[in-house]
Design a protein around this ligand. Structure first.
Ligand code: B12
Length: 211
């Protein structure tokens, strides 16, 4: 359980741009065996959503938001030793953001959740053109493709990506998720067979355990 005071200290350090303080707080939590999913949701996601609100309301600068993003991406890497210590189960997940989608932190967490469950998670990052994604799927032949969407205005790119992938890989399991679906779009996904919307990391973990 991450205490409120720990969150507050982390958030203050994040806004102040103190990479080292953020690093120390996360490392202490990892050393205390705090669940990684909890660190992702209660520390990183919550603080970045708050950063988004401050940014939207002009209470922090664009530079302040960029710095918070860069620190978050940095401290995410502290979990690597934990991820790679886990026994592999011989399954592969490709995780990507669709074309014109530059929000990549959520997708990175999704790839890490696969790793935590013994899968090999291949995270392609932001703004992946659908044709390049297809080429990569041909190369890696994954068991699952997971796509992350943050902007609902990008849903056409996501749909196009799903159509392209489904035309070559009709039986590939596809997962979609991300905060865009808080604002709509779930119905557009439902009409594809073999494509599942997953609303949280907790549900993702449950899904992985069932596969
Ligand atoms: C950082 C940031 C950026 C950075 C991203 C850099 C990077 N390296 O990722 C930059 C500067 C590029 C950016 C740009 C823009 N942004 Co921005 N951004 C953010 C911010 C502050 C944080 C994003 C983040 O990391 N969140 C934390 C992660 C962990 O949360 P998450 O993505 O939701 O992921 C979680 C779940 O959704 C889930 N999940 C995610 N993907 C998947 C996939 C699967 C399969 C599953 C199971 C689960 C899952 O797992 C995660 C953990 O729980 C958000 C605020 C916010 N509310 O998030 C705004 C925000 C997303 N941005 C916003 C906007 C408007 C923009 C711009 C349009 C701004 C502009 N005018 O240029 C551009 C669009 C660029 C583009 N084409 O993509 C708005 C979107 C509003 C809306 N209704 O669509 C937000 C909400 C800010 C706001 N409050 O207004 N942004």
């Amino acid at each position: 359980m991450i205490e409120d005071s720990v969150y507050q200290n982390y958030f203050t350090a994040l806004l102040a741009g103190s990479r080292s303080a953020c690093h120390d707080i996360v490392q202490k939590l990892l050393d205390a065996d705090t669940e990684i999913r909890e660190i992702y949701e209660k520390l990183f996601q919550q603080s970045m959503y708050k950063v988004g609100e401050l940014w939207e309301n002009n209470l922090i600068t664009v530079a302040g938001e960029h710095l918070a993003t860069s620190i978050t991406e940095g401290v995410l890497n502290l979990v690597y030793p934990h991820l790679f210590a886990i026994k592999r189960v011989g399954k592969k997940a490709v995780v990507s953001c669709s074309a014109n989608e530059f929000h990549q932190i959520g997708g990175k967490m999704v790839a890490d959740i696969f790793e935590l469950n013994g899968w090999d998670g291949y995270f392609l990052g932001a703004n992946t053109p659908s044709e390049e994604l297809m080429r990569y799927i041909h190369e890696v032949n994954p068991d699952i493709l997971a796509l992350s969407l943050s902007l609902l205005s990008n849903i056409d790119n996501l749909i196009r990506c799903i159509e392209i992938v489904k035309s070559d890989f009709p039986n590939l399991n596809l997962l979609v998720g991300g905060q865009a679906f808080r604002w709509g779009g779930i119905d557009m996904i439902k009409c594809f067979s073999g494509v599942k919307y997953v609303s949280s990391l907790d549900r993702l973990e449950k899904f992985i355990k069932e596969v």
